[in-house]
Design a binder for this molecule. Sequence first.
Ligand SMILES: *Cc1c(COP(=O)(O)O)cnc(C)c1O
Length: 221
Amino acid sequence: MNVIEHNYRRVLERIDKAKSESEISAGEVKLIAVTKGRAVEDINKLFAAGARDFGENRVSEAVTKFNAFPERSSIKLHLIGQLQTNKALEAVAFFDCIHSLDRPTLAQAIAKAQEKSGKRPELFIQVNTGEEPQKGGIKPLETAEFIKYCSTLQLNVTGLMCIPPHDEQPSLHFALLRKIATENSLKNLSMGMSGDFAKAIRMGATHIRVGTALFEKNEDL
Ligand SMILES: *Cc1c(COP(=O)(O)O)cnc(C)c1O
């Protein structure tokens, strides 16, 4: 068994364990394999091990790596990095799901791109739960209004996404994201990365975004 296959199985086990420990009735948790900066050869190993959801930060890198992917129709591609409005059309046409809807101008650009392309990807609104100035995202108190705005644009928003500040307890941010989603009847929560996905699942994550734990040799795993 190669390292990547080993890691993939180990992450699946850790997901199951976290689900069993969750106090929130845990449904399906989708593992998104974050493949930014990884070689196609390694992505193929992950696919062979069973992965079907892949996440990339940049539109151009994703297109380069996945456009010719032989099994393109059996995988789902997720954009998890910040999206420039001038790339919205390309992103809407290429990705099944966009996790980084973080501002009104992007909502407008996605709405236009939907009309042009006839595609309607699933969307997550990124919430800046730590209110960090350098990070994208809607402020927690402005999220309800932004959700309403997106529905007037016919956007297919199904959930919320966050990236907690490095130096704070992620659980507080996961709890806040969950609260905002519940208040606004959104069912999906994209939260949790290599270092904190078990915590995120215990707090109700439906989508986790995991890179390092899948690709790198890790003595903890
Ligand atoms: C890179 C990245 C991840 C994966 O991070 P790891 O710590 O490598 O698991 C998840 N989400 C976003 C938005 C990222 O940019």
